[in-house]
Design a protein around this ligand. Structure first.
Ligand code: PEP
Ligand code: MN
Length: 337
């Protein structure tokens, strides 16, 4: 339920109303803009009657919210959220690219790639240190050493770093070292982890689960927001369908849906979505055209020898060409808007 306040409501009436709401065991998500003042009621609002508030002079109208996600809901927060990562912004027209290898393999590899992707215009360096692999016999990542190699690459290039957290026990290490904490598709519904991430302030990149509906994905974001962490970026990375040709099926239609239903920034990962390097460029362009706030692209200097996901990784030279085309497309789209 959302209470739309009258524009000229006095301080005293506001305080009384807020007190009444809190006494009902609910919390308030307040949103104030140039022409609106909203109080979003968070908690169990099933039995709260509309009449209880609609009779008040301070209230212009009541909007019933059908969706189970509240803080992630655009009705609660009409303006686009912008996530600021060490001064670099994502969201509300700030289109940014995260690039780097699937996994960190050596200091030489990650530092070299960081320099290359930075020179091509990427704003963030990605690299997996703890890898969620289907087989326990596959390369599991360099783990803690991988995180420290990423921090070295950040030192050299100044690029903020993005890496995937696999569980609550790694939280301190990630808070200390990583700039955007990635929650992978397989952990999208690890509710203990989401709750813990809600208690911190670091930006979280929340990937869509392998077979998650948009509503389930937004409910996972809600877990983080409910804890008080407002810095959530969503990432569409393809979903499981009957199609076998591509690794996953990129659900581009999720982008306009998220934009309509939520205020959170949403980026696209065309690498995991397709599983094929030669499809990355087309889908990266499509993601930009459909309104995504950014991209996450896997880049590797020697894909044939990559320890993970080489077949979907771009070489630095091709990544540079894709970035140049994306720049042109971004300008064109701004003219059309
Ligand atoms: C990744 O980004 O390396 C990754 C494992 O992605 P996902 O969780 O989307 O499969
Ligand atoms: Mn990967």
């Amino acid at each position: 339920m959302i209470i739309v306040m009258n524009n000229n409501v006095g301080e005293k009436a506001q305080l009384e109303l807020k007190k009444e709401i809190k006494e009902m065991g609910l919390s308030i998500h307040e949103s104030v803009g140039a022409n609106f003042h909203l109080l979003g009621l968070v908690g169990d609002t099933q039995n709260v009657s509309v009449e209880r508030f609609s009779r008040l002079n301070s209230v212009e109208k009541i909007i019933k919210v059908q969706e189970p996600y509240k803080k992630a809901n655009r009705m609660f927060h009409p303006e686009n959220t912008v996530v600021d990562i060490l001064g670099t912004k994502i969201g509300d027209g700030n289109f940014k690219v995260i690039a780097g290898p699937c996994s960190v393999e050596s200091e030489e590899q990650i530092v070299e790639l960081a320099k290359e992707v930075k020179a091509s215009g990427a704003s963030f360096l990605r690299g997996g240190a703890f890898k969620p692999r289907t087989s326990p016999y596959s390369f599991q990542g360099l783990e803690t050493e991988g995180i420290s190699l990423l921090t070295k690459a950040r030192e050299v290039t100044g690029l903020p770093i993005v890496s995937e957290i696999m569980g609550v026990k790694f939280l301190d290490q990630f808070i200390e070292n990583v700039d955007i904490i990635q929650v992978g598709a397989r952990n999208m519904q690890n509710f203990d982890l989401l709750k813990a991430l809600g208690q911190i302030n670091k930006p979280i990149l929340l990937k869509r689960g392998l077979s998650a509906t948009i509503e389930e994905w937004l409910m996972s974001a809600e877990y983080i927001l409910a804890g008080g962490n407002k810095n959530v970026i969503l990432c569409e990375r393809g979903i499981r369908t009957f199609e076998k040709y591509t690794r996953n099926t990129l659900d581009l239609s999720a982008i306009p849906v998220i934009k309509k239903r939520s205020h959170l920034p949403v980026i696209v990962d065309p690498s995991h979505a397709t599983g094929e390097w030669w499809m990355v460029e087309s889908l990266a362009k499509a993601a930009l055209a459909v309104g995504a706030d950014g991209l996450m692209i896997e880049v590797h200097n020697n894909p044939e020898k990559a320890l993970c996901d080489g077949y979907q990784s771009l070489k630095p030279k091709r990544f540079k060409q894709v970035m140049q085309k994306l720049n042109v497309l971004e300008k064109l789209l701004k003219e059309l808007a």
